[in-house]
Design a protein around this ligand. Structure first.
Ligand code: ADP
Length: 519
């Protein structure tokens, strides 16, 4: 049976071999076993249901919460000579009835539908009269209430499809699923453990980089100048930043479009199309841009501001290199962005418990910016990726763009200062005390009388803060989360204070990009 699958892969799609994870999923489906595929963005999830859909008798129903993608998917299948259509709210009632009629007659191999369709009993009745080959749940994590993107309408599809009688093969596909979400999807879609295919989250073609201490505009200008023809997205946090960046880049002669919620639907659609059709090379956008946009040749994603958590970062950065080609994911770090994100959390209407969780996630995002471990590994550990990974040898940490400096003495001074300040203050005030600042807050608290006062006066306050953040990222200090994060000592702190452990930190020299360009 897999020989047929190989032939279809070549004949219809023009590919000579399967990607990691595709083969077992297709095999499960062909053996009529419900299956779940957890594969990273760009991993090739569509083929996992498209090939069984072509080989099994009947019509495959693909449920997708991303209406914007449906038409593209259908057009793409049609272009390969495959009969496919979609049904969603963008169609008139007549168009929908006409398509339903054709579906029942078995005229389509694939039908893409939005979850809301299943609320209609008429739709369910029509499907009952249709011979179905398989039902695929794209973005399957949305059916789990434990997922970060739970959609109740999607969850109710699970109940509705039971009305179809004997079900064909069911397949779930997602790029993000924690253990909890995976178990939930398995339970809801009746998928046995041995039919879950998890390829991990690793994206080997992405080069993660963190740029610190360089003027952001200078960096962007130098970077884009060396790759004028490549497509890239620059994510910024506020509309004001987007408008400013857009104006500035246009003046610099860059073909650029912008996208944020303050623009009209027409303007957003236009910008999106210009980018997809390569009429502009750069898109400056908020994180609203990208969800459901199928552009595979995005060569770089630059974050002008740090996002709120690693989940968002990985998802947004992951919009680079969906075609598998080498691509850059660059985060331009500035400590100011931490304050902005804290402000956003504080202003939000979340419950206190949820806020605390968000502060913790933010701290892990900040830690990512300060760790000296492999950046790819850091994120895979964060996502509890099931595989062992070697350092990627591509990210800015693996490439060691700085010099390694022994900072054991500075670390000991910082830790003892935290201790002397009774572990009740944040990095800002600790840095001021170590710098020997004469600020009012230092005098009010009498910290100018501490023995550690001014012990690092030879360093800039900024560098002291950076060292503190590095110590937090490495676990030599902990942050007690809350509106005002307080520095606390850890078990690791004690080993450093006792001189049992040396602390080394990479001090950035010049930010570089590591991907070869042909320009
Ligand atoms: P996902 O849905 O997992 O993000 P897609 O299904 O959109 O990924 O696939 C991403 C890209 O990879 C598409 O351009 C697709 O044509 C390509 N692709 C998928 N499978 C293969 C394969 N076996 N060989 C080569 N390219 C593939």
């Amino acid at each position: 049976m897999m020989d047929h699958a190989h032939r279809v892969l070549e004949q219809y799609f023009g590919f000579s071999s399967f990607r990691f994870g595709q083969e077992p999923l297709i095999e499960h489906a062909l053996n009529k076993k419900n299956a779940l595929g957890i594969m990273p963005t760009g991993g090739g999830k569509s083929l996992c249901y498209q090939i069984p859909g072509l080989l099994l008798d009947g019509t495959a129903v693909i449920i997708s919460p991303l209406i914007s993608l449906m038409k593209d998917q259908v057009d793409s299948l049609n272009s390969h000579g495959i009969t496919a259509t979609y049904i969603n709210s963008s169609l008139s009632y007549e168009q929908q009835s006409e398509r339903m009629f054709d579906i029942q007659k078995g005229r389509y191999q694939f039908v893409y539908v939005a979850p809301e369709r299943f609320d209609s009993e008429g739709f369910i009745r029509s499907l009952r009269r249709t011979r179905l080959s398989l039902i695929a749940f794209d973005e399957a994590h949305c059916i789990s209430q434990w997922g970060h993107d739970f959609r109740p309408s999607y969850r109710s599809v699970v109940g509705q499809i039971q009305k179809l009688g004997e079900l064909p093969v069911v397949m779930g596909l997602t790029a993000t699923a924690t253990e909890e979400v995976t178990r939930d999807i398995q339970r809801l879609l009746s998928i046995e453990d041995q039919h879950v295919v998890n390829t991990g989250f690793s994206r080997d073609n992405l080069h993660f980089q963190i740029v610190k201490g360089k003027e952001k505009h200078d960096f962007i200008q130098d970077y884009i100048r060396t790759r004028p023809k490549e497509s890239g997205i620059i994510y910024a946090a506020t509309r004001k930043d987007i408008d400013r960046l857009h104006q500035w880049l246009s003046r610099e002669g860059v073909k650029v479009a912008k996208y944020h919620a303050g623009l009209s639907e027409h303007e957003r659609k236009k910008a999106q199309n210009q980018f997809i059709q390569d009429e502009v090379t750069v898109m400056v956008a908020t994180n609203a841009f990208g969800m459901g946009i199928d552009k595979s040749n995005v060569r770089y994603v630059i974050h002008y501001a740090m996002p709120m958590n690693i989940e968002s970062y990985y998802q947004e950065a992951g919009r680079a290199g969906r075609d598998g080609e080498q691509s850059d994911c660059i985060l331009l770090f500035s400590a100011r962005d931490i304050h902005l994100q804290k402000f956003l959390i504080e202003q939000s209407l979340m419950e206190d418990e949820k806020k605390t969780e968000e502060y913790q996630k933010l701290q892990q995002m900040v830690n990512y910016c300060h760790t000296d471990k492999c950046l790819q590994e850091y994120m895979l550990t964060y996502f509890k990726d099931p595989f062992e990974h070697e350092p990627c040898e591509k990210c800015s940490n693996c490439q060691h763009t700085g010099v390694i400096k022994d900072i054991t003495r500075e670390a000991q001074i910082i830790l003892s200062c935290v201790k002397r300040m009774n572990q009740r203050y944040g990095s800002g005030l600790v840095a001021k005390v170590l710098k020997g600042s004469k600020s009012q807050k230092v005098r009010e608290t009498h910290f100018h009388t501490l023995s550690t006062y001014g012990l690092l006066s030879n360093l800039r306050e900024k560098d002291i803060t950076q060292m503190i953040q590095f110590l937090v990222a490495e676990g030599y200090l902990a942050v007690e989360d809350g509106k005002f994060p307080l520095l606390k000592l850890t078990q690791e702190s004690l080993t450093v204070l006792k001189g049992e452990r040396a602390v080394q930190m990479i001090i950035e020299t010049a930010p570089t990009t590591h991907r070869e360009t042909d320009v």
